[in-house]
Design a protein around this ligand. Structure first.
Ligand SMILES: [Zn+2]
Length: 260
C-alpha cells in the first residue's frame, strides 16, 4: 500500500520472477537480499504508476512483468524486447522487463538507482503494450521523430541548430581550453536532453524523460532552468494524463493490446 498526495492506492504487490537461480553455482547469481531489493523497487515503481493512473490491479500496465534473467549483463542495466526472435527458445517474452542476473552495483550515473532502471524500462514496456498511443502527434512533437526511429536524428538536428546559434558560438570562443569548451557545450546539451543517454534516439529520450517524470512528478518545477527538458517533461505529464483518462473511460483490451 502506498500513499499519494491526495488519495490512498491499494495495489496487490507482485513478485519478481527469478530465473537467475538456475545458475546457482555461479558467483554472479542474484542473491536473496538482491532479489528482495528488486522486489521492493519493482513494487515501488508500480505504486508510482498507480498514482499517475497508468496501472491498477488487472488494468493496463499491470501486465508488465519483471524477470531477473539467467544472463549476465553485457553493459546493459535492463532491457525490454519488442521482438524476441531467436531468444524465444530460451523462454524470453516481448514486453517483459528483464534485469541481468548480476545486477550492476555501480549506477550508470551517480545517484541513479535500481528504481530508475525500472522506471526507464517501464517506458519501453509501455510502448510495447500500447504502440498506438505512441503514434499520436504528441510523440514526434515532443521528441522530434517517431518512437521507432532508431537514429540519433533529433540530436543531430539539435547540433546543427546549435552550430548556427551566435550566442553559443561567441560563448564557446571565450572558452580558453578544450575542457572548458566541452563543459560549455554540455550546458547547452543538458538544457535540451535530460541525460547524455537521451541523445541516443527518440525512444531513449522518452525513456529517460519518463524516468525523471515518475521520480520527480511532484516537483517538475525544479527543471525550469532547462527549458527543452522542462517542455518534454510537461508534455510527458500531459500524455500520461491523456492515457489515464482513456484508461478510465474506455475498455482496454489488454489481451489484444488495443482499445475497444
Ligand atoms: Zn532504454
Amino acid at each position: 500500500m502506498g500513499q499519494g498526495s491526495d488519495r490512498v492506492f491499494l495495489l496487490v504487490g507482485r513478485k519478481v520472477i527469478d530465473f537467475s537461480q538456475r545458475f546457482s553455482t555461479s558467483r554472479n547469481r542474484c542473491t536473496l537480499p538482491a532479489m528482495a531489493n528488486v522486489d521492493r523497487a519493482y513494487n515501488h515503481v508500480r505504486q508510482e504508476l498507480a498514482e499517475v493512473g497508468l496501472l491498477s490491479d488487472g488494468v493496463y500496465l499491470d501486465v508488465v512483468e519483471l524477470i531477473v534473467s539467467g544472463e549476465k549483463s553485457e553493459g546493459e542495466r535492463g532491457y525490454v524486447f519488442e521482438q524476441v526472435g531467436h531468444y524465444a527458445k530460451w523462454g524470453y517474452k516481448p514486453g517483459v522487463i528483464y534485469l541481468p542476473r548480476d545486477l550492476p552495483h555501480q549506477p550508470r550515473k551517480p545517484g541513479m538507482t535500481l528504481c530508475d532502471t525500472i522506471r526507464h524500462e517501464y517506458a519501453h514496456a509501455w510502448f510495447f503494450h500500447d504502440p498506438s498511443f505512441f503514434r499520436g502527434e504528441w510523440f514526434p512533437r515532443t521528441f522530434g521523430t517517431s518512437y521507432s526511429n532508431c537514429n540519433p536524428t533529433p540530436y543531430n538536428r539539435w547540433r546543427q541548430i546549435l552550430k548556427r546559434n551566435p550566442e553559443y558560438q561567441e560563448g564557446k570562443a571565450r572558452c580558453r581550453t578544450e575542457r572548458g569548451k566541452l563543459r560549455f557545450f554540455y550546458g547547452y546539451l543538458l538544457s535540451e536532453f535530460i541525460t547524455d543517454y537521451a541523445t541516443t534516439n527518440a525512444s531513449e529520450d522518452f525513456a529517460e524523460t519518463f524516468m525523471f517524470y515518475l521520480k520527480y512528478r511532484r516537483s517538475l518545477e525544479r527543471f525550469r532552468q532547462r527549458p527543452g527538458v522542462y517542455r518534454k517533461l510537461r508534455n510527458v505529464e500531459r500524455a500520461v494524463q491523456v492515457a489515464r483518462r482513456r484508461i478510465g473511460s474506455g475498455v482496454w483490451q489488454g489481451t489484444n493490446r488495443r482499445w475497444a
